[in-house]
Design a protein around this ligand. Structure first.
Ligand SMILES: Cc1ncc(COP(=O)(O)O)c(C=O)c1O
Length: 337
């Protein structure tokens, strides 16, 4: 249950975290699910890569349709601010053709600049981004990537009900941790992790958090609580799945540092979404995390939707051509009023 008053966890409390930071992790294979460990890089993607290096090669295995036969030729969209976005004939053909599972390169570059400015993630050179069709997709893929049926998923209580969509067939995996008005209670988190660790069945692999404007409580976790929780995650070697679609909608003047900002060990997978700030129906979001884990998410994309609609990605890119964090924040602030 979420109690009103936060408990104070001072430096001398029993909960003071004594964990000595280990070096950043570049390889998380010990945390992958059994099925994920067996997955191999996509043949189609590998052939596609080879084909790029051979001039005039036509890769039949990719099955690209003839772009001159697409029924849509061009389009112009007018934004509320009066700006027009035109997708000309050349770009239309590109947007309607198959693309890369990483995401549309110019949008990816924008997202990297934005993420770097907004979160200043440590270990940035060892992190990467993949474009997703919204946070919900990220939640499903991350659980698929990490969790075996007998493993434990730690979740604050109450939690965003959408995670049950991904986990419902295996309800015994879910372990709740109580919250107060600053976020998850570290004493409870440690107890829970200790119990999971001593289980003869599975491992605690991942903790789901929704720390800003939490759904359903609206709570924004305090910075000090985030730091404590991150330390505990390091101590117990679990991944933090930071699902943060309301991050830019925080009402305070300054944004609370994200878990990604604290991630010196490369154990946070952060999900951002444009559902709350641009459009929910456009189905656009992205995951940021350790390069090896993002590569695995890409592999799962290739098993499912291959990539997010290039029309959606192009429109998002064009609607914020200047990747200017101040502009992004100003637009978001306007939406709050
Ligand atoms: C906490 C949380 N996570 C994820 C989602 C789903 O977001 P998306 O539309 O990006 O899939 C929602 C939607 O309400 C949400 O509240």
């Amino acid at each position: 249950m979420m109690n009103g008053e936060p408990i104070s966890y001072g430096a001398n409390s029993l909960l003071s975290v004594t964990h000595l930071r280990s070096p950043p992790k570049m390889n998380h294979s010990h945390l992958l699910s059994d099925v994920m460990q067996l997955r191999q890089p996509s043949f189609v993607a590998t052939f596609g890569q080879i084909a790029k290096e051979i001039p005039d090669a036509i890769m039949l295995s990719v099955g690209s349709p003839n772009a001159t036969l697409f029924p849509f030729k061009e389009m112009t969209l007018t934004m509320r601010n009066g700006q027009d976005i035109t997708v000309d004939e050349f770009m239309m053909k590109k947007c309607l053709q198959y693309g890369s599972a990483k995401g549309f390169e110019p949008l990816l570059e924008q997202l990297k600049i934005l993420t770097k400015k907004l979160h200043e993630p440590p270990q940035w050179e060892n992190k990467d981004i993949v474009v997703l069709a919204g946070s919900q997709m990220g939640i499903g893929l991350v659980f698929e990537m990490l969790v075996n049926p007998e493993d434990f998923v730690i979740t604050p209580e109450p939690t965003y009900p959408g995670i049950f969509n991904a986990l419902q067939p295996l309800p015994h995996q879910l372990v709740s941790v109580t919250c107060d008005s600053e976020g998850v209670r570290p004493d409870d988190l440690k107890d829970v992790l200790e119990k999971c660790r001593s289980s003869s069945k599975g491992k605690p692999k991942v903790m789901y958090v929704n720390p800003s404007g939490n759904n359903p409580t609206g709570v924004v976790w305090s910075e000090s609580r985030r730091r404590l929780v991150y330390e505990i995650a390091c101590q117990y070697d679990i991944i933090i799945l930071e699902d943060d679609p309301y991050y830019l909608l925080e009402f305070s003047e300054t944004l609370t540092p994200s878990f990604l900002h604290l991630d010196s060990e490369n154990r946070v997978i952060r999900l951002d979404s444009f559902s709350k700030t641009v459009s929910a129906g456009i189905r656009l979001g992205y995951a940021t995390g350790s390069k090896d884990l993002i590569e695995k998410l890409r592999l799962l994309m290739m098993c499912t939707i291959n990539h997010v609609s290039l029309v959606a990605q192009y429109l998002k890119h064009e609607s914020s051509e200047e990747t200017n964090i101040d502009e992004e924040l100003k637009c978001t602030a306007k939406r709050k009023t």
